[in-house]
Ligand binder design. Sequence first.
Ligand code: FAD
Ligand code: NAD
Length: 470
Amino acid sequence: MPEYDYDVAVIGAGPGGYTAAFRAADLGLRVALVERYDALGGVCLNVGCIPSKALLHTAAVIDQAAAMAPHGVTFGAPEIDLDALRSFKDGVIGKLTGGLAGMAKQRKVDVLKGMAAFTSDHELEIETESEKRAIRFKNAIIAVGSRSVELAHMPWGDPRLMDSTSALQLEEIPERLLVVGGGIIGLEMACVYEALGSEVTVVELTPTLMPGTDPDLVKPLERRVRKRYAAIHLETRVSGIDVADDALVVHFEGKHSAEERFERVLVAVGRTPNGKHINAEAAGVDVDERGFIAADAQMRTNVPHIFAIGDVVGQPMLAHKATHEGKVAAEVCAGQKSAFEARVIPSVAYTDPEIAWVGLTETEAREAGVDYGVGKFPWAASGRALGNDRAEGFTKLLFEKGTSRLIGAGITGPQAGDLIAEAALAIEMGAEAEDISLTVHPHPTLSESVAMAAEVYEGTVTDLYIPKKK
Ligand code: FAD
Ligand code: NAD
């Protein structure tokens, strides 16, 4: 009998967990992947990134069709078959999660269904409705992710009060939807429901939508949604919700002090880690009071053979951070000298327009006293953006004065999320303004705006006229 059943036991099969399990198996280790749900893929594939983007695509097509009228092309009002839309979205999820199950089999990763909890620093108990089993592991990787924050004193249990998971189920398109929280989830889901026909109101605690993002990047989105949504209440909180037969009666406090009725309410006020639910203390792993588990650059917790990755480690709670951390943890388990040393992690809000940023924001650079210069290229001067009839965006690059190295970038406009990857690579490679401006970008594309923003910084741009400073 070997001392351990597995070289690596991975707890949680989200993007962090399945990546770690597959990489470890590819490196020749015996791997168990423990997941409480039937489907692999975690929040991202089942109730997060993928279903939200499938629905955002539908929203974009509806909006684009309507925007064709001034171009002389008119379509009738959309007829929405909610069952068909739901099954398209579920089909996308099914293809991806089915693919993961197939790849786990091909790699001979043992997928163990059940809720895992530590019973010692080398043992897990896995519980299903019908049985309990124990496995012994040499290394463990904690990848248990996060869940929605539930506001207290709200009528949870009433199906009209939704979190992101229930909102993605698209049970109905309410006449009036209130979105509590003007962050990424709130604004992405507002975009979906508004395109499908709801009258949307957003309530946000702070003075701005998407707090933490440079205000100039958020402006084009705010201008667009203010025209389309019933209301956006900033510096306002929901103090309570009463249940009525035909509506949820919402009490607002703050700048907008009122009582209003909505058919449905989506609460999207952040996510909280799942670190407190795995009996980590039995393994001696430290969990902070919020449920986060700290990890070093090799993704080791305070117990060196137990690793933690993904949302449970901390911000930013993003799938692409989880996958990279998962690879590092697996490689370290296999004896490689890997470390998570990403200089930057890009963020994208897939709203309309999209907002994407990477590296230092301008606000952070200013607050940190960094000596920086800005190259900003307005999409109003981009032939492609004008042809798309979406010229409200811009591309902004921040360079460190002296070295002219790129230290941050922000892009707003349709497809900003795809464009930001070039800036992330440039920062990782230590690229200077000239490296970007002299890279020949294809014309006419939105990607040219990245090179032109670098030209603006260098003073070599010819697609804009910028008077010389006297
Ligand atoms: P998770 O995906 O949360 O997976 C953890 C897994 O562990 C789950 O499957 C869970 O069931 C399982 N688990 C937990 N505890 C146990 C246990 N004790 N035993 C067994 N199994 C357990 N990020 C992006 O980068 N881009 C996006 O566009 C994006 N959109 C999002 C949209 C929404 C609506 C939401 C909610 C999130 C979105 N995110 C997005 C965030 C992204 O989903 C997360 O950052 C990502 O899923 C984190 O991966 P993870 O592996 O750390 O954990
Ligand atoms: P968030 O932190 O992005 O936004 C929550 C918002 O709610 C904040 O603006 C906050 O000020 C506000 N808020 C908090 N309490 C409130 C209250 N009582 N009343 C009104 N407003 C309140 O959180 P989220 O939108 O729930 O998303 C959680 C995380 O999921 C994100 O931070 C991100 O890591 C991840 N995510 C990423 C993507 C993406 O990459 N496109 C999409 C969705 C989610």
